[in-house]
Design a protein around this ligand. Structure first.
Ligand code: AHR
Length: 595
């Protein structure tokens, strides 16, 4: 029996509940969301020309004596010994090529003299040229060359391509900041990958938590997300070692790009500031912490300050005069790992400085502190699918007088690189519990969001992709279903004698809709009587959307991306008391209209 009580509505559903958490893990940024196609474009990733190889008669070395500027202190020296020699970049497991597509290429180059224009091409590994252009002649000084490369209508769709830069004559030349962009989301220069942004936009997120996670902290202090090095022209960003996840970050996806992303998704920024703790246990206290606190205050000024403020002016110079609507700042990440106990002092220092300058901002602590208040506590849960299926009622039992919660990272870990249906049922069970308790859990974001299929360092992720295509996991669809089809008020719902069912009912009084969300984690269909107590009349049919699959292990993949998909339908015979069936291994949202 399922009894919904419309006479005693529960709490309002938090309008900020469903967000997304982005960090550069599994090549989520570099080679993922950040649309740059050249891998190690700045030659700063290593002392060797990582991801570059010689074309024809040429030798390549990293040169520290010919920097482009004080940020890009290494360049690529290319000794071409025969005409046609040069270099190739392999991209991030290939460079994607599509027919009738325009790419923006740019590079800085110089030569010892006598080298004519360079040929810049998208070239198949079999030598076929898909698009090509030529720079102006090189000189002895650094000069930026920009080209448009356009593929023909008959070009194939393939990731089996490289970017080649070749010289018409022998000689020595240097390259720096070699870049190639496909069309980007909303055509932003230095922008983001279209298919991945479309997938995020379809989730209608309330906020974007960024930039991490372990990525924020780095293994050591020097590898933190040092935001001041991630703004301004991209060729003036040195990049840094993403030591937490094992690859180089150009920081082309820097603070301005994250902020632009929030605007393009129509969501709030939720900024995580580096708080003086890194993963291997480095922690900064006392006077040494002051510059980090100042960095956070400056960062908030960059995001929210007027253009008359020093950092607000820098934001305007970076192309965005209007401030961004920042409301939440998280101090650090997972500071329960800091066994030294320094978070108490560090949180207090950040709290006091931020509240003094920006009193309206809400602060999020990552582990409880005693000496200062916090608006939310960020809790993280990575568990088995079974634990989430059983844990749907965790927050029902919460002490209602405690601090409000941001579940900033959570995921049922089953499936690689993305969750299977069983994990999605765990995720959905957990999420209906969060919605039911959204007077306590004000915000939530699943993690991680993305994995490149060729760098699946963290096993279970919401969305996966290769250089060309991407797909959504069953869990993506479960979350989209539950978060986009919900009302504004929770209605108490009693569930009796229905093992394996996790339920939340919400009501949207403005549209007279009651939305019954039911997760059936069992392998049997559950047919039950539903009573809408307090409802006199309903429309006779209800719309229904169901996510289900052939088995709990059913999943989506790059080659079979639509195996587990939500499907819409209609339920007839709806009344204040009616019967409905919830299929095995399914997530259902039933939308009843009252009259
Ligand atoms: O989401 C992956 C990692 O899990 C995050 O970087 C970290 O915050 C957590 O431990």
């Amino acid at each position: 029996l399922l009894t919904v009580d419309t006479t005693h509505p529960g709490p309002g559903v938090s309008t900020e509940l469903g967000g997304i958490f982005f960090e550069d893990i599994n090549h989520s940024g570099e080679g993922g969301l950040y649309a740059e196609l050249v891998n190690n474009r700045s030659f700063m990733a290593a002392a060797t020309p990582l991801h570059w190889s010689a074309v024809g008669a040429a030798t390549l070395t990293i040169d520290t004596a010919q920097p482009l500027n004080s940020a890009l202190t290494q360049s690529l020296r290319v000794n071409v010994t025969q005409a046609g020699g040069g270099v190739a970049n392999e991209g991030f497991w290939g460079i994607p090529v599509r027919p009738s597509t325009t790419y923006r290429a740019s590079l800085y180059a110089k030569s010892t003299g006598g080298t004519g224009g360079l040929t810049v091409s998208l070239t198949g590994t079999d030598g076929r040229v898909y698009a090509t252009g030529t720079t102006g002649p090189l000189t002895g000084s650094w000069h930026k060359h920009e080209l448009t490369l356009r593929t023909a209508p008959g070009a194939p769709t393939t990731a089996d391509a490289r970017l080649t830069v070749t010289s018409p004559a022998p000689g020595t030349l240097w390259l720096s900041q070699v870049s190639l962009f496909p069309p980007t989301y909303k055509n932003r220069p230095n922008g983001l990958r279209v298919d991945l942004m479309e997938k995020l936009a379809a989730l209608q997120p309330a906020f974007l938590r960024f930039p991490g996670g372990n990525y924020l902290e780095g293994n050591v202090v020097a590898d933190r997300f040092d935001w001041k090095k991630t703004i301004g022209p991209v060729e003036q960003r040195p990049g840094h070692s993403n030591s937490a996840w094992g690859y180089w970050s150009t920081d082309g996806l820097g603070l301005p790009e994250y902020l632009q992303m929030t605007e393009d998704l129509g969501c709030m920024p939720l900024l995580c500031v580096y708080a003086g703790y890194s993963l291997r246990g480095d922690h900064v206290t006392g006077d040494a912490l002051k510059p980090f606190v100042q960095d956070a205050v400056d960062q908030i000024e960059y995001i929210t300050g007027p253009t008359t403020s020093p950092w607000g002016a820098r934001r305007a110079a970076d192309g965005h005069p209007a401030p961004f609507p920042l409301q939440y700042v998280e101090i650090g990440n997972e500071d329960w790992f800091d066994r030294s106990g320094s978070y108490e002092e560090r949180y207090a220092a950040f709290h006091d400085a931020i509240k003094a300058r920006f009193p309206a901002l809400k602060l999020i602590a990552t582990t409880p502190v005693a000496s200062r208040p916090y608006d939310l506590i960020d809790e993280h849960y990575y568990q088995s699918a079974a634990a989430f299926q059983a844990g749907s009622h965790k927050y029902d039992r919460r002490d209602r007088t405690g601090p409000k919660v941001f579940v900033g990272e959570w995921a049922a870990q089953e499936g690689r690189p993305t969750p299977d249906l069983n994990a999605a049922l765990g995720d959905a069970s957990w999420l209906v519990g969060l919605i039911r308790n959204s007077d306590q859990v004000l915000m939530e974001s699943y993690a991680p969001l993305f994995s490149h299929v060729r760098d699946n360092t963290w096993a279970t992720n919401l969305i996966a992709y290769d250089a060309l295509t991407s797909y959504n996991s069953p869990s993506y669809y479960a979350q989209q279903l539950l978060l986009t089809r919900r009302g504004t008020v929770v209605l108490p719902t009693a569930v009796r004698a229905l093992p394996g069912l996790n339920v939340v009912t919400t009501h949207d009084p403005a549209t007279r809709r009651i939305l019954l969300a039911v997760v059936n984690t069992s392998g049997s269909a559950r047919r039950t009587t539903i009573t809408l107590r307090g409802v006199a009349r309903t429309e006779a049919s209800a719309s229904v959307v169901v996510l289900a699959g052939a088995s709990p292990q059913a999943t989506n993949t790059l080659t079979d991306p639509l195996a587990v998909l939500p499907r819409g339908g209609t339920v007839n015979g709806v009344a204040p008391t009616f019967t409905a069936t919830f299929g095995p291994y399914s997530v259902t949202v039933l939308e009843v209209r009252t009259l």
